[in-house]
Design a protein around this ligand. Structure first.
Ligand SMILES: Cc1ncc(COP(=O)(O)O)c(C=O)c1O
Length: 445
C-alpha cells in the first residue's frame, strides 16, 4: 500500500473514534457526517445543506461560523495561545467575566471559568459545599437535585441528575444526594405553551426533604430553570419562586443550571431574569461562546464570593480550577459572541420568535404518534409514542430520516424530539423546520 493510500485509509477509518452518547454500531453503519457550517446550516461532505434545528447541541445561539467570532479566535490564536490561570491571568479573562457579570441579574457578579457544562456543575456544587464549610456550617453536605434533571456527566452532575441511564451504570455516585420530583405531568400539562399552570406545589416537596434530613445538613438545591435535555420542560408558574422561598427559609443555596437557558434561549440573558428569581449560583456553558470554543463557568452572588475572602491573603481561597480555565481562545470567542448577541439584539429577537415557534410546534398536534408538544422560548419538545419493547427507536428513526431525507438536524432523547434552532433563525426557517419535523414523523411508522 502506498503511503498516500495508507493515510487515506486511516482518515476514512471510523473504528477509532468512540462517539459519545451515540449508538456506535448503528452510527458506523450509516454515519451522519458534517463537513462545514455557516449561519443556519450545516453542510455534509457531499455538499448537502442541512438546516440546524438544534443550534448544534443547544450552543450555537448566534448561528455558525459567524465572521466576528471566527476573526476574534484567529486574532487571539496569533497573539496569545495559552496563559495559565492559576496565579496568572490575561486581559480577556477579566473582560469576559465583567461582561457576563453585567448580563447576570442582581449581585451575581463573580465569575469562575471552566470548560464545559459538566465542569460548571461540579464547580457550583463544590463552591456550595465549601461556602458552608468556610462559614462554619460544614455539616451542610447534602445536595438536592431533581428527577429528570440533566447536569452533565461528571460524578457530581450524574448524582444530582435524574436520568436513569446516565446513573445506573456508574456505581454508587455521590452520597448524601436526594431528589425533588420532576415537574412534568402529561395529565395536567399537555400541549403547554410556555410555563404550565399546574405544578407550582411540587416545589413544596423540598419542605418534605428538609423535614427528613434537617436543613442543617443540606448545602444546595440544583435545578435547570427549564429542563432542556429531558425534553423541554418549562417550570410551572410560581414553581421557581417557591423553591427560592424555601431555600431562603432554610439557609440552602439555590443553583440554576443555565447551561442551555443561558444566553438567550428563553429570550433573556438568563432564565433567572425571565422568571424574576435570583439564584445564588448560575452554571453556564454552551452559548457563552456560541459553541465556537469550549467554555463554561459559574456566576456567584457577591455574598458567596465574599464568604471565601477571609484568612491570610497569601492563602488560596478556593482549591479548585482547571488548566484551561479562562482559556484565551475561549475568552476571545466569548467576548465576540456577547458582542453579536448585543449588536443583533438576539435575546430580544428570541422573545419575538417565541410565539411563532409555539404556533409552528403546536401545528403538529394530531400528527400520528405525537403524544405531547411543549414550547418555551426558542425551544420545543415533542413526545412520540414509544414502540412496544423498543423505547427510543421511533424518535431515533425520525432523527435519521430528518437528517437523511429532510436535510434537518434535530435531537432525540428517548422518544422525545428536541428542536431549538440558533436565535438568528428566520420566520420562514421556523416554518421550514417544523414542516420537516412533521414530514419526518409521518414518514416513520
Ligand atoms: C443543563 C445542562 N447542564 C450541563 C450540561 C453538560 O454540559 P457539557 O456537555 O458541556 O458538559 C448540559 C448539556 O447539555 C445541560 O443541558
Amino acid at each position: 500500500m502506498t503511503e498516500a493510500a495508507a493515510l487515506a485509509r486511516q482518515t476514512n477509518d471510523l473504528d477509532a473514534f468512540w462517539l459519545p452518547f451515540t449508538p456506535n454500531r448503528a452510527f458506523k453503519r450509516g454515519p451522519r457526517l458534517i463537513a462545514r457550517a455557516k449561519d443556519m446550516h450545516y453542510f455534509t461532505p457531499d455538499g448537502r445543506a442541512v438546516i440546524d434545528g438544534l443550534a448544534g447541541l443547544w450552543c450555537s445561539n448566534a448561528g455558525h461560523n459567524r465572521d466576528p467570532i471566527v476573526a476574534a479566535i484567529q486574532r487571539q490564536a496569533a497573539k496569545l495561545d495559552y496563559a495559565p490561570a492559576f496565579q496568572f491571568a490575561h486581559a480577556g479573562a477579566f473582560e469576559l467575566a465583567s461582561r457576563i457579570a453585567g448580563l447576570a441579574p442582581a449581585d451575581l457578579n463573580r465569575v469562575f471559568f471552566c470548560n464545559s457544562g459538566s465542569e460548571a456543575v461540579d464547580t457550583a456544587l463544590k463552591i456550595a459545599l465549601a461556602y458552608h464549610n468556610v462559614r462554619g456550617e460544614g455539616a451542610r453536605t447534602r445536595l438536592i437535585g431533581r428527577e429528570r434533571g440533566y447536569h452533565g456527566v461528571g460524578f457530581g452532575g450524574i448524582s444530582v441528575g435524574g436520568l436513569v441511564n446516565n446513573r445506573k451504570f456508574f456505581g454508587s455516585l455521590l452520597t448524601g444526594v436526594d431528589h425533588l420530583p420532576a415537574t412534568y405531568s402529561r395529565e395536567h400539562q399537555a400541549f403547554a405553551r410556555g410555563e404550565p399552570e399546574w405544578g407550582a406545589h411540587l416545589a413544596d416537596d423540598l419542605e418534605r426533604i428538609v423535614t427528613l434530613h434537617d436543613a442543617s445538613t443540606i448545602a444546595a438545591v440544583i435545578v435547570e430553570p427549564m429542563a432542556g435535555s429531558t425534553g423541554v420542560l418549562a417550570p410551572p408558574k410560581g414553581y421557581l419562586e417557591r423553591l427560592r422561598a424555601i431555600c431562603d427559609k432554610h439557609g440552602i443555596l439555590l443553583i440554576f443550571d443555565e447551561v442551555i437557558t443561558g444566553f438567550g434561549r428563553l429570550g433573556h440573558a438568563f432564565a433567572a431574569e425571565r422568571y424574576g428569581v435570583t439564584p445564588d449560583l448560575i452554571c453556564f456553558a454552551k452559548g457563552v461562546t456560541s459553541g465556537a470554543v469550549p467554555m463554561g463557568g459559574v456566576i456567584a452572588r457577591e455574598g458567596v464570593y465574599e464568604a471565601f475572602m477571609r484568612g491570610p491573603e497569601h492563602v488560596i481561597e478556593l482549591f479548585h480550577g482547571y488548566t484551561y480555565s479562562a482559556h484565551p481562545l475561549a475568552c476571545a470567542a466569548g467576548i465576540a459572541a456577547l458582542d453579536l448577541y448585543r449588536d443583533e439584539n438576539l435575546f430580544e429577537r428570541a422573545r419575538k420568535l417565541e410565539p411563532l415557534v409555539a404556533d409552528a410546534a403546536m401545528a403538529l398536534k394530531g400528527t400520528p404518534n405525537v403524544l405531547d408538544i411543549r414550547a418555551v422560548g426558542v425551544a420545543a419538545g415533542i413526545d412520540l409514542a414509544s414502540r412496544p419493547g423498543a423505547v427510543g427507536k421511533r424518535a431515533y428513526e425520525v432523527m435519521e430520516h430528518a437528517f437523511g431525507e429532510e436535510n434537518l438536524l434535530i435531537r432525540v432523547s428517548g422518544d422525545t424530539l428536541a428542536i431549538a434552532p440558533p436565535l438568528i433563525v428566520s420566520e420562514a426557517q421556523i416554518a421550514e423546520i417544523f414542516e420537516k419535523v412533521g414530514r419526518a414523523i409521518r414518514a416513520v411508522v
